[in-house]
Design a protein around this ligand. Structure first.
Ligand code: HEM
Length: 143
């Protein structure tokens, strides 16, 4: 990723990275089929689960994963480490039957959240598209 894109991704991520529960809530609200993949949350109303510790723990895992991925961007010699964590993510989600289409849904939901909580323009949008492309290229190879 070019330096200006890395900066745009880090800056906009820093604005929302503490909204762990709100992010997962936005994802489940936009795409109930994602919620349905979670044995702990399937078939329950979003309002009844969003305040639970199980929800907070999972939200924190997802957001931490992104924070780790983003922390590697633009840093030299992190390519092997990035590949390893993304491969593991693909494998663990393949084992749960998660599809590429669902990862794309997740992408759309996270982008919407980012957009509505940041100053947004085409350059920022493009930077995030590149960051997701780079991420999903590896994840999908393991899915
Ligand atoms: C577990 C991250 C997308 C379903 C996890 C974990 C992480 C994670 C870090 C815990 C560690 C592990 O088991 O691998 C992410 C990220 C995503 C993503 C970063 C997108 C880039 C999805 C999608 C679905 C999904 C789209 C469903 C459609 C699950 C389930 C678990 C899980 C069912 C197990 C939860 C449990 O322990 O009860 N995810 N995930 N994930 N993820 Fe994802």
């Amino acid at each position: 990723l070019p330096a200006n894109e890395v900066a745009a991704v880090k800056d906009t991520w820093n604005h929302i990275k503490h909204d762990e529960v709100a992010i997962l809530e936005a994802v489940f609200k936009a795409y109930p089929d994602i919620q349905a993949r979670f044995p702990k949350f399937a078939g329950k109303s979003l309002d009844s689960i969003k305040g639970t510790s199980a929800f907070a723990i999972h939200a924190s895992r997802i957001v931490s994963f992104f924070s780790e991925y983003i922390s590697f961007l633009g840093v030299e010699n992190t390519q092997p480490a990035i590949k390893t964590i993304l491969n593991e993510l693909g494998q663990s989600h393949r084992n749960r039957g998660v599809t590429k289409a669902q990862f794309e849904e997740f992408h759309q939901a996270l982008m919407s959240y980012l957009k509505s909580h940041n100053m947004w323009n085409n350059d920022v949008n493009h930077a995030w598209d590149d960051a997701f492309d780079k991420m999903y290229f590896v994840v999908f190879s393991a899915l």
